[in-house]
Design a protein around this ligand. Structure first.
Ligand code: ANZ
Ligand code: ZN
Length: 815
């Protein structure tokens, strides 16, 4: 008896696969293509079980496609720029390049151990100049076409370290590094004009994505329809507001500006100046999330200024409050306390007037006794020419908006929550933005033939975290491409989401030196047919990648609208204690240890078996031990009978075995094509149980047995690629199992077996039904009660109970 030795087998085949290059893929016009992309990892150090859970089932899905006749592209790479590398440099003195490349080296080894069919000749590493130069090239195309621009925007600033902080470096309003209180400060930064595509990004026609991801994107874009209306002020400029409820205009009793609003300064009266300035200063320490929390006590300050409500000429006070955001709408609102809850709370707190303008049916609303705003429908009141107009169905909003347009007071408007994409990072470890500033020529793009703008290698990191690019004189000082005079380079680098917005296109021709990708390879491989990855990327990454695709399409570089036709989000693996895996909880399972102990195939198969893939679930040592036993049983049954001659008679037992085999093919095919890996593994386990029960019978000496063995190995090939390859060889089959076709089932053999189901009413046989042998109890009872003969006997009676004897009878007790 030969034992299963996963390590020897896995090493042997890894080597042979490498030497024979069976996972190398090239365009082949004679075969349909399939592009399966699994999200590339950040090279943080080690591959963890979450990476395995994302990638191993993806590999099985890709291998299944390949066996089904597709030319499959299944690439891998590294999302190699970003803050952790820079932090390692600052705290441990390791250069980000070295830290990153060492990690990549380690993770490449770990990825190889998984046995996935990645075509490593197509690997993409985003921190290398041959990749990031194309980020710069895209930036220049965007800049020329008005899709990249520079504007001032607030950033978190640490006054002690004199540096910008990322959101995640601000802990409870303080600098993560030195603990100093931070505040927001305006800085000139670069943006991509994603808002140009806001409307198109709301449209998901032609792609199959999970409903919840589309919902998250729609909410992120946040489309609101309403009107913009101008309120005149004594300082000359009008205040423009955005409202979704122009039908409440007559109830606007005050206005609120965001503290950052440009008119605040001029509207503020001398008496109010000190209070206003203090409040503005305080707001700079708050995040938008804090500012808009609904359960927060409303605060604000009167500016001392007034505006005129254009619909009724009323003079109303102008306040500032942090619940109005500068980044939404126009940064100013008309406050309608009777019908907007935030305004209501504000009015009650500062004793501002409340005017009801929408009256619901029943008891009239009374501002003196109201305890909350009334946001619902009713008829307009106290609204001049509109009194009596019903608000239901948006009728009032439409009519008021039309009237505002006729009167020249405002206009219909659509507002999106989506902001332009701020891509500037005041960091070293990213793609340098290819811009220089010249005193004479202003902002000058670096000419394309001077790309890439290289990151200087000998950067000096200081503990404060100020980007070394800022102080690197050799980097900063350059000559102006236009006038040849002295100029300074932009020292900001790009958000790493720029890298991941188009990596799917680089994989199709990763060595292209003169352009980001080869249009022929793009035409053949893209868009991606199946994308898989974590739900945490539902908005930013997936939104930016969609934007990039649309922008590149408009630049004539891509012939389609969407990057990823199908999307699937896998769940997460929890610790054995049902909690999130974390070092501090001590419940982390390490894939390297598991592979060393059990081999990669068992780990892969267990991850597929653990739970429905989209759900994930807790790790179980018992569960993986069960899968390990299964793998050994497969090994034993195949190796022990591989040389048995098929010289026995082809009788009834052989026919029965063939039926089992073909039913298994059918079930496994259905499961693997819909990513139901857990039920797929369960089917294979049942199959092996059946085979084991026949192990000592004559049927082992038949062609049907040999067919069963070959089928078992082929069905396992996507999931346990090493084991399948080894067993395929032992069955005397030609190399490689991974170049075989997926087995086809004979529909007649695969048809479910039928049995006779006896149906009784109160113990008397009333009907006999032909049903599939594996019928469920629910379905058996459903069919039994639907039978005409049974219905006759049930007339005028009620069913009290049903008794089901599996595979034999249903007895309906009625009285
Ligand atoms: C008056 C009004 C009356 C409003 C009423 C609502 C109900 P959504 O649906 O999210 O788009 N608003 C406008 N700009 C704002 C800003 N920069 N910061 C905070 N709030 C702002 O919300 C639109 C509504 O949010 C607008 O309609 C405005 O209040 C407020 F019975 O105007 B409304
Ligand atoms: Zn110049």
């Amino acid at each position: 008896r030969e034992a299963y030795e996963p390590h020897a087998i896995e090493e042997k085949w890894r080597k042979i696969w490498d030497e024979t290059g069976i996972y190398r893929v090239v365009e082949d016009p004679n075969r349909p293509k399939w592009y399966h992309l699994t999200m590339y990892p950040y090279p943080s150090g080690d591959l963890h079980i979450g990476h395995w859970y994302a990638m191993a089932p993806s590999d099985a899905a890709a291998r299944f496609k390949r066996m089904s006749g597709y030319n499959v592209l299944f690439p891998m790479g590294f999302d190699a720029f970003g803050l952790p590398a820079e932090n390692a440099a600052i705290t441990r003195g390791i250069h980000p390049f070295k830290w990153t490349m060492d990690n990549i080296e380690r993770m490449r080894r770990q990825l190889r151990s998984m046995g996935a069919m990645f075509d490593w000749s197509r690997e993409v590493v985003t921190c290398l100049p041959d990749y990031y130069r194309w980020n710069q090239w895209f930036f220049l195309q965007f800049y020329k076409n008005g899709l990249a621009y520079r504007a001032s925007a607030p950033v978190w600033w640490c006054p002690k370290d004199q540096t910008v902080l990322a959101n995640e470096q601000v802990i409870d309003g303080r600098c993560e590094r030195c603990g100093t209180e931070v505040y927001r400060r305006d800085l000139e930064q670069w943006f991509f004009r994603i808002t140009k595509y806001a409307e198109e990004l709301l449209n998901f026609d032609g792609i199959e994505w999970p409903e919840r991801v589309m919902t998250m994107q729609r909410n992120w874009i946040g489309r609101s329809e309403g009107a913009r209306v101008r309120f005149q002020t004594a300082v000359g400029d009008a205040i423009e507001i955005f409202t979704t409820r122009p039908d409440t205009l007559w109830g606007a009793t005050f206005m609120v500006l965001a503290p950052e609003h440009p008119l605040v300064e001029r509207l503020t009266s001398p008496e109010q100046r000190a209070a206003v300035e203090a409040y503005v200063d305080q707001t700079r320490r708050e995040t938008d999330i804090e500012r808009t929390a609904t359960d927060r006590e409303k605060t604000g300050v009167f500016t001392g200024g007034y505006a005129i409500n254009p619909v009724n000429g009323a003079q109303i006070p102008v306040w500032i409050a942090d619940y109005v955001l500068m980044s939404y709408g126009t940064g100013a609102i008309m406050a309608v306390p009777a019908h907007d809850q935030r305004d209501f709370e504000f009015a009650r707190k500062y004793d501002l007037p409340i005017q009801v303008v929408i009256q619901p049916e029943g008891e009239p609303l009374d501002p003196a006794t109201m305890t909350e705003a009334y946001p619902g429908d009713g008829v307009m009141v106290n609204s001049g020419p509109f009194d009596g107009t019903p608000t239901a169905g948006g009728e009032a909003v439409r009519r008021v908006t039309e009237w505002l347009e006729e009167q020249g007071l405002g206009s219909h408007a659509v507002t999106y929550r989506l902001r332009d994409w701020l891509i500037s990072r005041q960091r070293y470890w990213g793609t340098p933005i290819p811009i220089v500033y010249c005193d004479k020529c202003g902002t000058v793009p670096v000419p394309e033939d001077q790309l890439p703008v290289l990151l200087p290698e000998d950067a000096e990191f200081t503990p404060t975290g100020v980007s070394p690019l800022k102080t690197d004189e050799r980097f900063v000082n350059t000559t102006c491409p236009e006038c040849g005079g002295p100029a300074r380079r932009e020292t900001d680098t790009m958000d790493t989401f720029v890298d991941s917005s188009w990596y799917q296109y680089r994989y199709v021709s990763p060595h292209e030196a003169d352009r980001p990708f080869d249009p022929d390879a793009i035409a053949y491989w893209t868009p991606v047919d199946q994308y898989t990855g974590g739900i945490e990327h539902a908005t930013m990454h997936l939104m930016y990648a969609r934007f990039f695709t649309k922008a590149l399409r408009d630049l004539g570089l891509l012939p389609f609208d969407e990057p990823f036709l199908r999307l699937f989000n896998q769940g997460i693996i929890l610790g054995e204690d049902n909690e999130k895996m974390s070092k501090s909880r001590g419940n982390v399972v390490d894939p390297d240890d598991l592979v060393a102990q059990l081999g990669a195939d068992t780990v892969r198969l267990y991850l597929m078996f653990i739970a429905p893939w989209e759900q994930g679930g807790p790790w179980s040592s018992r569960g993986i031990a069960g899968v390990e036993r299964f793998v050994r049983r497969v090994w034993t049954i195949v190796t022990e009978t591989a040389d048995t001659p098929a010289d026995g008679p082809d009788g009834e037992a052989a026919h029965k075995l063939r039926k089992i085999t073909h039913r298994t093919i059918k079930a496994v095919t259905e499961d693997i094509s819909t990513f139901q890996f857990n039920t797929m593994v369960a089917r294979l386990m049942e199959f092996v149980n059946e085979l084991s029960s026949l192990r000592d019978t004559e049927v082992v000496r038949t062609e049907a047995w040999r067919e069963a063995m070959r089928t078992l190995v082929l069905l396992l090939a996507p999931s346990t690629p090493y084991l399948a390859e080894e067993l395929w060889e032992r069955l005397g089959q030609p190399y490689s199992v991974h170049q075989q076709s997926w087995p086809q089932y004979d529909p007649e053999l695969a048809a479910a077996e039928m049995i006779e189901l006896v149906v009784q009413v109160n113990g008397k046989v009333r009907d006999r039904l032909e049903v599939p042998a594996d019928i469920t109890e629910e379905r058996a009872i459903e069919l039994a009660t639907a039978s005409n003969r049974v219905r006759e006997h049930l007339q005028g009676r009620t069913v009290r109970r049903t008794i089901y004897v599996p595979g034999r009878l249903v007895n309906i007790v009625a009285g």
